[in-house]
Write a protein that binds this ligand. Sequence first.
Ligand code: SF4
Length: 232
Amino acid sequence: MTARGRPKKRGGGLSGGRFHHLLASLRGHHGPQHWWPAETPFEVMVGAVLTQNTAWTNVERAIANLRARRLLDAEAILAVPAEELADAIRPSGYFNIKAQRLRNLCAAYVEEGGHSGLARLDTAALRDRLLAVNGVGPETADDIVLYAFSRPVFVIDAYTRRILSRLGWIGGDEPYDELQGMVESVLTDDVGALNELHALFVAHGKEICRPRPRCEGCPLHTDCPQLGAEPY
Ligand code: SF4
């Protein structure tokens, strides 16, 4: 069974040993990532919403605005007029939509008793509670579950799909939950390793295994059948 108690479904190209080797290779190349870049678990939750469809540098500017206006607090976010909240997070893009999503998340957060209340839920229930919030999809929920609650889940994002499919370990178009189940079935419940693995996929996808890959500098190139792959 996986960390969330669902039956294991093995992915053909996946194995714990391969992931262990991949983690070591990426860590050796990119160094420790120290994720998630936030001062509090609540700030992780805010960042997970704001980072949807934008670069992290834009999120940093939006969070700095929230901090300067004393809005890094669920009740403060719920109390401030919607236009003021949207203005504060303007640098993150889609600011009206994200303002509403933040308010939805904060309403659930307050309703459940804040971080300590949510932390009383087991991992599957916590994830389901987050997914029930309008505007929180699987990737956002898993970012929060892993980085704000230190629970063992594997986060799937576009970088992860690109790298694993180029390595030939997955097809690349599997539905989110199916792919997550395949990967979690071969990983341990080591939260530190899962934390680092996702962060390293992001670093590698941004810097090396880009849409037009820079294979000559890639620490995975000896095992990669897609050396010199077409833009993805
Ligand atoms: S060798 Fe190239 S295609 Fe393969 S993982 Fe590295 S950068 Fe990506």
